[in-house]
Design a protein around this ligand. Structure first.
Ligand SMILES: [Zn+2]
Length: 376
């Protein structure tokens, strides 16, 4: 029988913990009196709900292969992230749905991909075409979220977890949210300039996210009334935040942590192919994007950000830095919080697969080594 154990510090409560497993599942996670010998920390691996590509691989390409996906998820694992929602963004409907079907086929055919790709995030084409709010999504490809299109997304993904980002103020938007919920699709508001009363109509219908709050909007906003204020003033939203310092400024990042209920936000990278890869030119579907040495992803010649080059583990480091807190304090925002929002099983619990993040720190509590370990 394959069994094992590890005695380390628990990232989640910062206490000594003894974790045991049998047959690749945790059987015990118990606090201990005795501190572990070294500076090793264990906890749930990171979970990213918005990944458009990684390590040079663009998930929006038509000829995506099994080897591409395996490379991307292996590299995400190096950044302590073992589960993602593979994200597809606005394009011609036929191209988007074809890519979704292909990616799902690849996932079904390989157990490692089945484990790493926890589900799907569809961001577009049911978004605001308004300048600034559409972000890097092409406004002329936006469509109405008709019941037929929603049903098509559902049938292409079967029972897989599916997150759908939509703007509720567009033609058919509110009906689109209702149709998606009826089919068990998790919904999130994003790339939107919806007025307050529309946002509240969506939250009245049940749990809803807000995709990458602080982005998908113009760089300059009205100081008295803008989508960021309106979202923060709407109860019941679970907001995604990209903790890279660029998508959300450190000031806004700190304010959100102070103002918003702790259970009402999670972190995500919104990573594209340049994440976990050197600076250069990368593709996100039809867009060619530039990534400079500071790892900001831009549409060439514009100030518009288009996805990020952030790795999940660097998201943890930067979030802790912006909040001037220990990295352990932000870890749940990138592991348990997104799992709860999506209704996915939480990792590092009894009965869960014995896969865990293993972090080594220096005496100043800086992360010096990080990996994901899976019980053999
Ligand atoms: Zn977006």
């Amino acid at each position: 029988m394959s069994c094992g154990q590890i005695h380390a510090w628990n990232i989640l409560d910062r206490k000594p913990v003894l974790a045991k497993w049998e047959e690749r599942r945790f059987t015990e996670i118990t606090a201990t009196e005795k501190p572990p010998a070294g500076n090793q920390w264990i906890g749930p691996p990171l979970l990213d709900l918005q990944v458009n590509g990684y390590a040079g691989i663009d998930f929006q390409q038509d000829d995506l292969t099994e080897a591409d996906l395996l490379h991307a998820v292996e590299q995400l694992g190096q950044a302590c992230c073992d589960r993602i929602l593979l994200t597809l963004v606005t394009d011609d409907w036929e191209a988007m749905t074809r890519r979704l079907a292909k990616a799902r086929q690849l996932r079904e055919a390989h157990p490692a991909l089945g484990q790493a790709i926890a589900g799907w995030h569809i961001e577009g084409p049911f978004l605001s075409p308004e300048a600034g709010y559409c972000g890097a999504h092409s406004p002329d490809k936006m469509l109405r979220p008709t019941p037929e299109r929603i049903a098509e997304l559902r049938s292409l993904t079967g029972d897989d977890p599916l997150l759908l980002t939509m703007a509720p103020e567009i033609d058919g938007g509110l009906a689109g949210f209702a149709a998606a919920r009826e089919r068990g699709i998790r919904v999130s508001i994003g790339h939107t300039n919806a007025p307050a009363h529309i946002l509240r109509r969506v939250t009245a219908g049940g749990s809803v996210g807000f995709t990458h709050l602080g982005n998908g909007c113009p760089a300059t906003l009205d100081r008295t009334d803008n989508i960021v204020w309106r979202a923060l003033d709407t109860p019941g939203l679970t907001c995604g935040l990209i903790p890279d310092r660029w998508h959300v400024s450190p000031t806004l990042f700190r304010l959100i942590h102070r103002l918003v209920e702790p259970d009402s936000f999670y972190y995500t990278t919104d990573a594209m192919a340049a994440a976990g890869a050197p600076p250069g030119k990368y593709r996100l579907g039809e867009l060619e994007l530039e990534v400079g040495p500071e790892q900001i992803v831009r549409l060439p010649g514009t100030p518009n950000l288009a996805g990020s080059a952030l790795t999940p583990i660097d998201g943890i480091r930067r979030a802790a830095e912006m909040l001037d807190t220990d990295w352990q304090n932000v870890w749940p925002k990138f592991s348990q919080a997104p799992a709860r929002f999506m209704g996915l099983p939480e990792a590092f619990t009894i009965g869960a697969p014995a896969t865990f993040a293993l972090i080594e720190t220096d005496p100043a509590n800086r992360i010096v080594k990080h990996s994901i370990q899976t019980a053999a």
